[in-house]
Design a protein around this ligand. Structure first.
Ligand SMILES: Nc1ncnc2c1ncn2[C@@H]1O[C@H](COP(=O)(O)OP(=O)(O)OP(=O)(O)O)[C@@H](O)[C@H]1O
Ligand SMILES: [Mg+2]
Length: 387
């Protein structure tokens, strides 16, 4: 049945000019948007590659939705240009841009059936009914909703409604798919599942996608690249790996993933090129790799990033399973066991508390608050961030 539907739908999709690979680029140049005197998006430059899955990630109010709405044409920038496939669309209305948006609240027509909702954009484009039927069936199959054509949105679960919205967006094969927190209303299990499904669908269709979320895990799991936003600007643009392991500054480090952010003092260059040596609170000396524009002078304060999972907990200084590195003694103040991983907080001094992630804690015998413990910082894991 599945194979039959695909083969019957694809020639029609090809005949209608749908692209199954390639995709279109989106370029934002010096985009600014003000509401009254408040600046929502500030001189923003962004180059989204053809076929890419790019996520705008940032806290509430940082300008994600505003940026997306300007790309879709729902808002006009006060300054700057938006190029879609090389064409300046900055002053074009939404229906001339060939983008499709998936919203957090689904935004389906309640009085129309699933099939009519999905086919809506095709009817607006004056496609023939027979062609619409084939394309709608193909889209519904791709989102796992075969057999639901005749239902109304109100008869579906939230996850199913979002699948309808997704089918409605892809069925017109837009140049760009825009997603504004589409998974935020769903429970965690469903969210995790739909993340992967959307990602697979996007790969399969090759449609350039811009995805907005404030959920860092979602961004890390789904994206080719992530733009981390703060107060209307992009703080860092990079692959999930770059954003996580080499955050450009302490804002990005604090926003993405768990982190120990410690203020130390730079005492000079480190043993390796591109490192500085940092005195931590409590006087331990630690070499740290300089990230981005970080060039601290000797005697200056410097922010150090240590990811909890890069640290090791040693209950005895001769524990053979613990790697070499700087060992710092302290006392356990907190143990947070989440099942597959536990976080142990070790107080060294009031100014130095280290969170250590302990994987698979079940079999390991976690320490208890009050126990003495040592934290080992293996070589090469510390990052010195720009202030
Ligand atoms: N129509 C509007 N009128 C006035 N101010 C607005 C309007 N839309 C957005 N803003 C302001 O612009 C800033 C950016 O808002 P935006 O909705 O883009 O943020 P966001 O990153 O999408 O946040 P969230 O994660 O909460 O959805 C905020 O300070 C917001 O209050
Ligand atoms: Mg928003």
């Amino acid at each position: 049945m599945t194979a039959h539907m695909r083969t019957s739908a694809e020639p029609a999709a090809r005949a209608s000019g749908a692209r199954t690979s390639g995709g279109f680029g989106v370029v934002l140049r010096g985009i600014r948007k003000q509401f009254g005197t408040s600046v929502a998006v500030d001189d923003l430059d962004l180059d989204v590659r053809p076929g890419e899955f790019l996520t705008l990630l940032g806290p509430s109010g940082c300008g994600k939705t505003t940026t997306l709405n300007m790309i879709a044409g729902f808002l006009t920038p006060n300054q700057g240009q938006i190029l879609l496939d090389g064409q300046d669309v900055s002053r074009q209305p939404p229906d001339r841009r060939d983008t499709a948006m998936v919203f957090q609240q689904y935004a389906l027509f309640p009085h129309l059936t699933v099939g009519q909702n999905v086919g809506y954009g095709l009817r607006m484009r004056k496609r023939r009914p027979a062609e619409i039927r084939v394309l709608v069936a193909d889209a519904l199959e791709r989102v796992g909703l075969v057999g639901r054509e005749g239902h109304r949105p109100g008869q579906l679960s939230g996850g199913q409604q979002q699948r309808v919205a997704l089918a409605r967006a892809i069925v017109v094969r837009p140049k760009v798919l825009l997603f504004d927190e589409p998974l935020s209303n769903l429970d965690l299990k469903l969210r995790e599942q739909l993340r992967l499904e959307i990602k697979h669908l996007q790969r399969e269709l090759g449609i350039t996608s811009i995805f907005v979320t404030h959920d860092q895990t979602e961004a890390l799991v789904m994206s080719d690249r992530i733009a981390v936003m703060r107060e209307g600007r992009i703080e860092q643009l990079g692959s999930p790996d770059e954003i996580y392991h080499d955050p450009a500054n302490s804002f990005v480090a604090g926003f993405v993933g768990q982190s120990n952010l410690i203020t130390g003092t730079c005492t000079g260059s480190g043993p390796e090129a591109g490192e500085c040596t940092v005195r931590l609170p409590g006087a331990h000396m630690l070499p740290a790799r300089l990230v981005g524009t970080a060039r601290p002078e000797s005697g200056a304060p410097v922010q150090i990033l240590l990811r909890p999972e890069a640290l090791r907990l040693a209950t005895t200084s001769t524990d053979p399973t613990v790697p070499a590195g700087l060992t710092i003694d302290g006392q356990v103040t907190e143990v947070i066991n989440e099942g597959s991983v536990a976080t142990v907080v070790v107080r060294v001094t009031d100014a130095l508390r280290l969170r250590v992630a302990v994987p698979d804690p079940g079999g390991r015998g976690l320490p208890s608050p009050g126990d003495a413990a040592s934290v080992v910082i293996p070589p090469g894991v510390a990052r010195a961030l720009p202030n």
